[in-house]
Design a protein around this ligand. Structure first.
Ligand code: FEO
Ligand code: CA
Ligand code: CA
Ligand code: CA
Length: 606
């Protein structure tokens, strides 16, 4: 149960001032080392980064774009050598490629080439890289045999669980539905207790293309044929990227089943660079934000995952088998079989987990679910049928092993109407988001019911109409909007990273990392520890087990529609970016980067 706390807040760092400028800022007394930038070498033979001479071949040897989740897997007892596993979620062409503005979507599509799409694909996926702490610095070990780039361009992945081999996953290139080329839009993730890396496929719908458009240039109604209901529920195809112009598998007119091969959780063994990652279909298909994994007290593995869409759901997977500390190979099968459930938050403070199991609760052939394969492929439709609670964009879901509770980031939902609020989503036009605390009974993460309560309602506490809820220690710098990723350090303290999208203009605050107290008199108080440069969101907070380093991922610096916010009143482009963080060199674009934060002179973070 909860640790007793003496002070109102356990965070005693000097808070950063709120604001927005071209640089990153960390609390006084701390040091922020730029560890890995887009284009930095992952292998000793990687070519030097040259933004004016990019190629898929170079990018496959270099750190990818838009770093998101960070997993830290120690290689020694002291935790001074480790495998850093980093997601590369997506690409921002307007600040990535010279002479390719993206403000006009149709012009952008016209200017894209097959080679540029292949650079983009190579910049997506995952990096696994050995690092070592030497003195104050973390140093990449470029000659490590563990180092690996995983991408949607070249990495073959396996598939298991109820949808493996199913006709809805079969394509011309893969008639047995057993080999999927790559992973994409890898947002958050998780590290398992047996030392594997979980990466989530989030906005996969955006990568699919059709030439079958209506008069408004939208995909024709009924597109998808027999699977039209599924296409519509998953917004497939959304045409965010032009990959399908050049690669048939991303064109649903040519490969109608390819979208069913994305939207999964993938497990990667970072200790074997030749291993084949596996998509575990038992965990369901949706826009997985993350996949934090915890061992339940009975030894079963539990994975929490949010579906990041307005009015989407919160899911939990509980493995059928139990963890065996002596058998890592067997543990790597734990996510192959188990029970996927979806959450219903009742007004009396009870959370019910509703199992998504074929043949039960109306998930039958008559209702469109011929087997468990249909249930997991169309997890959203199955969750609709069960009456799960429609949430305000569920992002990261973070279990806290110290206090036994679980923290759910609900980032925002400006589409919730005044008549559509409920106890767990209490504000209409929720532009600032909130955090829900979930409490399993006696720390049982497989229980059918939990208690739940609101921890924070985000936004400015000085504006009554915002309806914010913060603890008493929250300063003007400490309140925030749009919680996205979260981490818990070894002391059980909650840290929250924000992603306001374009909304930073409304708050006057850059995105950042905040300590949020969950216990005692200071409960729900927040403090600003690290602040992003303009246009960036903060991802992947990750604390080393000794709490001496916090890794953070600064994603898409210089982007997010800066047109009408002085002093950044212009559209950001490669040649005229809102910031050139972190290099600040003429001609160098802004670069998404992983930052290692340490205390000057040593000691625990925060
Ligand atoms: Fe990729 Fe939900 O953020
Ligand atoms: Ca995210
Ligand atoms: Ca997390
Ligand atoms: Ca987000």
């Amino acid at each position: 149960e909860a640790k007793p706390v003496a002070a109102p807040s356990r965070f005693d760092f000097q808070e950063v001032a709120a604001g927005i400028d071209e640089d990153a800022h960390v609390a006084d007394g701390y040091r922020a080392q730029i560890l890995l930038r887009w284009g930095d070498p992952v292998f000793a033979d990687a070519p030097d980064f040259d933004p004016y001479d990019q190629s898929p071949e170079a990018q496959l040897r270099q750190f990818g774009y838009n770093n998101d989740y960070i997993g830290f897997i120690p290689l020694n007892a002291a935790g001074t050598r480790a495998l850093l596993c980093v997601n590369h979620e997506y690409t921002n062409e307007e600040v990535m490629f010279p002479d390719l503005p993206r403000q006009d979507q149709s012009a952008f599509f016209k200017d894209m080439t097959k080679r540029l799409t292949e650079i983009e694909m190579a910049a997506h996926g995952v990096t696994i890289l050995e690092i070592e702490r030497i003195g104050e610095d973390w140093v990449p070990k470029l000659d490590s045999s563990h180092n690996r780039r995983i991408s949607p361009l070249v990495t073959e992945m396996g598939v298991d669980g109820p949808a493996a081999g199913h006709w809805r996953l079969k394509t011309k290139d893969d008639p047995t539905a057993s080999k999927i080329l790559g992973t994409l839009n890898n947002c958050a993730g998780g590290v398992t207790p047996w030392g594997t890396y979980l990466t989530s496929e989030e906005n996969f719908h955006g990568y699919f293309w059709t030439d079958d458009l209506d008069a408004e240039d939208e995909p024709r109604a009924g597109i998808g044929g027999d699977q039209a209901g599924s296409y519509k529920r998953y917004d497939v195809p959304a045409l965010w990227y032009s990959w399908g112009k050049f690669h048939d598998r991303f064109n649903v007119d040519r490969e109608p089943n390819e979208p069913n091969r994305f939207g999964w959780i993938c497990e990667i063994d970072p200790f074997d660079a030749s291993s084949t990652p596996v998509k575990h279909t038992a965990l369901g298909r949706f826009r997985h934000e993350g996949a934090e994994c915890i061992l339940n007290k009975d030894g079963r593995a539990v994975v929490y995952s949010g579906d990041d869409g307005k009015f989407e759901y919160v899911y939990r997977f509980v493995s059928a088998g139990t963890y065996d500390p002596e058998d890592r190979t067997a543990n790597m099968q734990l996510l192959s079989e188990g029970t996927l459930s979806v959450a219903r938050f009742d007004a009396d403070g009870t959370l019910h987990w509703l199992p998504l199991v074929h043949g039960h609760n109306g998930l039958t052939k008559e209702n469109g679910f011929a087997s468990q394969a249909d249930v997991v492929i169309d997890a959203r439709l199955a969750a609709d049928a069960l009456g799960a609670t429609r949430m305000d964009r569920p992002e990261d879901i973070q279990p806290n092993e110290v206090n036994g509770r679980v923290y759910l980031m609900l980032t925002n939902n400006d589409k919730r109407g005044a008549g559509e609020t409920d106890a767990a989503n209490p504000r209409p036009e929720n532009v600032f988001g909130h955090i829900v605390e979930m409490a399993p009974p006696d720390g049982d993460h497989a229980a059918e019911t939990y208690d739940w309560s609101l921890l924070v309602k985000c936004g400015n506490p000085h504006i009554a109409e915002v309806g914010a809820l913060w603890g008493p220690e929250t300063s003007d710098a400490g309140w925030f909007a749009s919680p996205d990723n979260a981490a818990v350090d070894a002391d059980g303290r909650l840290w929250v990273a924000t992603d306001q999208g374009e909304n930073w203009k409304a708050t006057g605050k850059a995105d950042g990392l905040y300590g949020v107290e969950t216990e005692g008199a200071g409960r729900s108080s927040a403090k600003l520890f690290f602040r992003c440069p303009v246009g960036a969101e903060l991802c992947g907070p990750c604390f080393t087990p000794d709490q001496q380093t916090a890794f953070v991922a600064v994603q898409h610096p210089g982007t997010d529609a800066t047109e009408d916010y002085a002093p950044f009143a212009r559209a950001s482009t490669f040649h005229d970016p809102a910031t050139r963080w972190p290099d600040f060199e003429d001609g160098m674009p802004p670069r998404p980067s992983v930052v290692a934060i340490t205390k000057i002179g040593g000691g625990k973070i925060g």
